[in-house]
Design a protein around this ligand. Structure first.
Ligand code: PAF
Length: 281
């Protein structure tokens, strides 16, 4: 299995690929891989001749220093997991210096308002950091297809916008959320929950499923009030936001329209661990 740490080696390796006109798939990750990532890697492996998995904990997308410090770094284990899909996959794991040199700052983007709602409202500068690293990865790997999980649906839409704005020739593919047996969306942060809290965190998806049912007959306002009251019943849960939004603009729904598609989004602290999830309505 090839593990690449520098831009130069990446370029040299991929130029061979380019010459033989093989298709290339990229899965950008921050490591701490779980079944959700593996589903993206498996799909990319089926759809492309060559697959690159990048593993890079991107400092500019963390607005909270403690969150960055605590982010799990499990490179050895990640490589073993990737090998279970194929040992032909290329792992790109650069250092912070390799990506940012001595200037660890994010570019300032205008994503047409996608960046200012929900995660953008509560995680200042987060999407500038995501945009910076994803633009860097897309332009240095130059894949035909790039794969992102829909658990971070807002991020997925922002990357679609980034690709449109910067005219990057890549197909951005969103892949369905993979869930634990109890419905909790797979996330590297789940590892930080205690066994009992991890069980209780099933509540988040239970509520979202109920939201989907209620959306047939109730207004967004009524549903939002209901969600707030449900989380209040559980001491361990602190709701940060709940939002029903239109799928492409991510603007909050005011009056439901039959021609539009909606999704419900939630961010909630469970024992101080921040979890997000969403559901198509
Ligand atoms: O979703 C993630 O893991 C990260 O935000 C990404 C897309 C790899 C950029 O650092």
């Amino acid at each position: 299995m090839q593990i690449i740490e520098t831009k130069k080696e990446l370029k040299d390796t991929l130029s061979v690929n380019l010459l033989s006109s093989k298709t290339l798939g990229l899965i950008p990750t921050m490591g701490a891989l779980h079944k959700g990532h593996i589903s993206l890697i498996e799909r990319a492996n089926k759809e492309n001749d060559t697959v690159v998995v990048s593993i890079f904990v991107n400092p500019t997308q963390f607005n909270n220093h403690e969150d960055l410090e605590k982010y799990p770094k499990t490179l050895k284990n990640d490589i073993e997991l990737i090998k279970t899909v194929s040992d032909q996959i290329i792992v790109y794991s650069p250092s912070i210096k390799e990506i940012y040199d001595d200037n660890i700052t994010a570019e300032n983007y205008n994503f047409d308002g996608l960046e200012s709602v929900m995660e953008g409202e509560f995680r200042d500068g987060h999407f500038n950091g995501v945009g910076t690293i994803v633009e860097e990865l897309l332009t240095s790997v130059n894949p035909d297809k790039a794969y992102f999980g829909e658990k971070d649906f807002q991020q997925f839409q922002i990357i679609n916008k980034l690709v449109e704005l910067k005219k990057i020739p890549v197909e951005v593919i969103g892949c369905p959320i993979v869930r634990e047996e109890n419905g909790l969306a797979m996330s590297s942060r789940n590892e930080r929950l205690s066994t009992s809290t991890r069980k209780e965190a099933a509540l988040i998806y239970k509520i979202l499923q109920e939201v989907k049912i209620k959306f047939g007959t109730k207004s967004a306002l009524e549903i939002t009030e209901w969600v707030k009251s449900e989380f209040l019943k559980h001491e361990k849960f602190k709701l940060e936001y709940f939002q029903i939004a239109e799928t492409t603009t991510l603007q909050p729904v005011k009056i439901k329209s039959k021609n539009k598609k909606y999704r419900a989004f939630v961010a909630v602290f469970v024992d101080d661990i921040r979890l997000i999830d969403n559901i198509a309505l």
